[in-house]
Ligand binder design. Structure first.
Ligand code: PEP
Ligand code: MN
Length: 337
């Protein structure tokens, strides 16, 4: 259920509605939009006296939210959400580019890559310190040492940093260093982890599970938001299909579909989506044309020497060229990059 307040509703009227909802032992979640405030009601709404709410001062309408994801839904919030990462915006008119290696490997590697991608126009640096690897014998990441190196790269370049958190026991540690938590595809439905990052106020980049339906994906975003953290960025990174020509099948139709159903920003990861560096430019262009709010790209100064995901990693020079190639597409979509 949502309670839509009138444009001119006073703060006092909004607070009174919040108190009224609380009196029914339900959870009110106020969403303060630029135009008007909407109060989402979480819990078993059958106990609510809808008519008494409708009659309250400042209330415009009381409407059911039909979708199972309430806070994520466009029914609850019509306008697009823009996630502000300390001044870097994801979801506004500018396409936000995130770039960096699959894994943080050593100081020289991450700092040199950070400098190059910054020069090319990236706003956020990616790099895994805790890596979810298919084989236990593969490089698992540098752990806290990797987080420290990312923080150093941020200090040197001013780029924000996004890095994966794989375990509830590492949430506080990753929060200390990162600007954005990444929840990887393999952990999309790790509900305890979702709840834990939901208690933080740092933005969360939620990657779609490799066999997740759109509804399941959005329900996972709801887990995070229901804990109080509304700063969620959805990321399409390819799904597993019968097609084995590419590592995954990049589901670009999910971009307009997710934006139809939800107000959250949607970004695309063509690196994991294809697994092959020669397709990154085409799929990045297509992602922007499909309405994506950003891209996350694996880039390295020596891509073939990457300790993980070498085949899909482009060189930092190729990344600079990619940014140029994307400009006309962004402009055609009425956006900047
Ligand atoms: C990654 O970003 O390096 C990664 C492991 O991504 P995903 O969870 O999408 O596989
Ligand atoms: Mn990777």
């Amino acid at each position: 259920m949502i309670i839509v307040m009138r444009r001119e509703a006073s703060k006092e009227a909004i607070d009174n509605v919040i108190k009224k909802v609380e009196s029914f032992e339900l959870k009110p979640v106020p969403l303060y939009g630029t135009e008007r405030t909407v109060i989402a009601v979480i819990g078993d709404e059958r106990v609510l006296h809808i008519d008494s709410l409708r009659a309250m001062e400042g209330v415009d309408k009381v409407m059911p939210v039909l979708k199972p994801y309430k806070l994520v839904s466009r029914e609850t919030k019509e306008e697009d959400s823009v996630i502000d990462v300390d001044g870097v915006k994801i979801g506004g008119s500018e396409i936000c580019t995130i770039a960096g290696p699959c894994s943080v490997e050593d100081e020289e590697q991450i700092i040199s890559i950070a400098k190059e991608v910054k020069k090319a126009g990236a706003k956020i640096l990616r790099g895994g310190a805790f890596k979810p690897r298919t084989s236990p014998y593969d490089f698992q990441g540098l752990g806290e040492e990797g987080l420290k190196l990312l923080a150093k790269a941020r200090d040197e370049t001013g780029l924000k940093i996004v890095t994966e958190v794989m375990d509830t026991k590492h949430v506080k540690l990753v929060e200390k260093y990162a600007d954005i938590f990444q929840i990887g595809a393999r952990n999309m439905q790790n509900f305890n982890l979702l709840k834990e990052v939901g208690k933080s106020n740092k933005p969360v980049l939620l990657k779609r599970g490799m066999s997740a339906t759109l509804k399941e994906f959005l329900m996972c975003a709801e887990y995070i938001m229901s804990e109080g953290n509304h700063n969620v960025i959805l990321c399409e990174r390819g799904i597993r299909t019968f097609s084995d020509y590419t590592r995954n099948t990049l589901d670009l139709c999910v971009v307009p579909a997710a934006k139809e159903l939800s107000h959250l920003p949607v970004i695309v990861d063509p690196s994991h989506g294809t697994g092959k560096r020669q397709y990154i430019t085409a799929m990045s262009r297509a992602a922007i044309a499909a309405g994506a709010d950003g891209l996350i790209i694996e880039a390295h100064t020596k891509p073939e020497e990457s300790k993980s995901d070498a085949d899909q990693t482009i060189s930092t020079d190729a990344f600079a060229k990619l940014m140029q190639d994307l400009r006309p597409v962004a402009e055609a979509m009425g956006r900047k990059i």
